[in-house]
Ligand binder design. Structure first.
Ligand SMILES: Nc1ncnc2c1ncn2[C@@H]1O[C@H](COP(=O)(O)OP(=O)(O)OP(=O)(O)O)[C@@H](O)[C@H]1O
Length: 305
C-alpha cells in the first residue's frame, strides 16, 4: 500500500489559475484566450517578445487593468480582495520620494499595510544592511532593485510579482538578485516573473509559459520543454575555420556573425564528417540547446537582439 501511494504523483493544486483570458483594447487584442496555472511555492516565468501581451496579463492579475473576458482564480476562488492583500509587486520603476533614506522608504511603505515584516528581517532578506541610511536617489542599479524587492515584500506577500527585475543590471548584481529570489522561493512564496533573459528564466523558473500574440504557445518546466522540442546539440565554430573541402549535405551550417553553427543529433558522426572535410576543430564548442533557441523556434524572434 505504501509503495502504491509512493507511485501516485503528488498533485499540487494551482494557487493561481487563468482561463481563457481576453483583453481587447481599441483595435488591438492584447490577450487572446490565454490560459495557464501557477502552483504554490514555485517560480513561474511569463516570457514573450515585445507586444506579446505579458504586461497586460500581469496588470489584469494585479487588478490594474480589467479583463474583457475570462476567469481568474486564487486558491480555487474567483480572484479578488484576498489575492490583492496577499500579493506583492516589484514594479519595473517605482518612483521613490526625494531625499529619503532606504530605512525611511521601507518604513513609509510598511505603514500602508495592516501587517508588515519587521524591518530587520526585510533588511536581512534583501541584503540592505550597508545602505540603510543612504539616500534612495543615490543607489546603484542593483541596490535600487534590492530596495524595490524589499518594498514588494513589506506586507509578507504569498505571491510576488517580479516584472523584469534584473533589466539593466550588471551580471554580478543580477546573480545577487537571483540568490534573493531563490531564498524567497525557499520560504514557500510563489513568484511570477517576467524577463527578457532566458538564462534567468532557466535558472529561476520551475515552470515557464511562452506567450505570443496574446496566446500561450508553450508551457512546462524549462528542461521538459527543451527535451520535448530538441533532440540535437549545437556545434559552434569560428566562421573563418569552416571551409569544408568536400560537399556534405550533413554539414549544413548556419552563419551567426563571425561564427557558424551546425545542428547535430549524432555528435560523433558530425565530428567525423568535419575531420573528413578537413575542418580544423581546435576552436570547436559544443553546447546544448537553450531557452533562447526554443524562444526563437517558437516565436521566430531572437531575444538576444
Ligand atoms: N492601453 C492600451 N491601449 C491600446 N493598446 C494597448 C494598451 N496596452 C497595451 N496595448 C497593446 O497590446 C499589445 C500587448 O502589449 P503588452 O504591453 O501587454 O505586451 P508585452 O508582452 O508586455 O510587451 P513588452 O515586452 O514590450 O513590455 C501591444 O500591441 C500593445 O501595443
Amino acid at each position: 500500500m505504501a509503495s502504491l501511494s509512493r507511485r501516485i504523483p503528488l498533485i499540487v493544486p494551482a494557487l493561481i489559475e487563468v482561463r481563457n483570458l481576453v483583453k481587447q483594447f481599441r483595435g488591438v487584442r492584447a490577450v487572446d484566450g490565454a490560459s495557464f496555472s501557477i502552483r504554490k511555492g514555485t517560480c513561474f516565468g511569463l516570457l514573450g517578445p515585445n507586444g506579446a501581451g505579458k504586461t497586460t496579463t500581469i496588470e489584469i492579475l494585479e487588478g490594474i487593468t480589467s479583463p474583457t473576458s475570462g476567469e481568474l482564480f486564487y486558491q480555487g476562488e474567483p480572484l479578488g480582495r484576498r489575492f490583492r492583500d496577499e500579493a506583492g509587486i516589484m514594479f519595473q520603476s517605482t518612483s521613490l520620494q526625494e531625499h529619503i533614506t532606504v530605512r525611511e522608504a521601507l518604513k513609509l511603505f510598511a505603514r500602508l499595510y495592516p501587517r508588515s515584516v519587521p524591518l530587520k528581517d526585510l533588511v536581512a532578506s534583501c541584503s540592505l544592511e550597508d545602505i540603510l541610511d543612504r539616500d534612495t536617489h543615490k543607489l546603484s542599479g542593483g541596490q535600487r532593485q534590492r530596495l524595490l524587492l524589499a518594498i514588494a515584500l513589506v506586507n509578507d506577500p504569498e505571491v510576488l510579482f517580479l516584472d523584469e527585475p534584473t533589466t539593466g543590471l550588471d551580471p554580478q548584481a543580477r546573480r545577487r538578485l537571483w540568490d534573493l529570489v531563490r531564498d524567497i522561493k525557499q520560504r514557500g512564496k510563489t513568484v511570477l516573473l517576467t524577463t527578457h533573459y532566458m538564462e534567468e528564466a532557466y535558472v529561476l523558473c520551475d515552470e515557464i509559459a511562452i506567450m505570443d500574440h496574446g496566446r500561450i504557445i508553450a508551457e512546462g518546466s524549462p528542461k521538459a520543454l527543451l527535451a520535448e522540442h530538441f533532440h540535437d546539440v549545437v556545434l559552434d565554430l569560428p566562421a573563418e575555420d569552416f571551409h569544408p573541402d568536400r560537399e556534405d549535405p550533413e554539414l549544413t551550417a548556419l552563419h551567426c556573425g563571425d561564427r557558424v553553427e551546425l545542428l547535430s543529433s549524432d555528435v560523433n558522426d558530425t565530428i567525423r564528417r568535419l575531420i573528413d572535410a578537413g575542418v580544423p576543430l581546435g576552436r570547436l564548442q559544443i553546447r546544448e540547446r537553450t531557452l533562447d533557441d526554443l524562444f526563437l523556434e517558437l516565436t521566430g524572434k531572437d531575444l538576444r537582439k
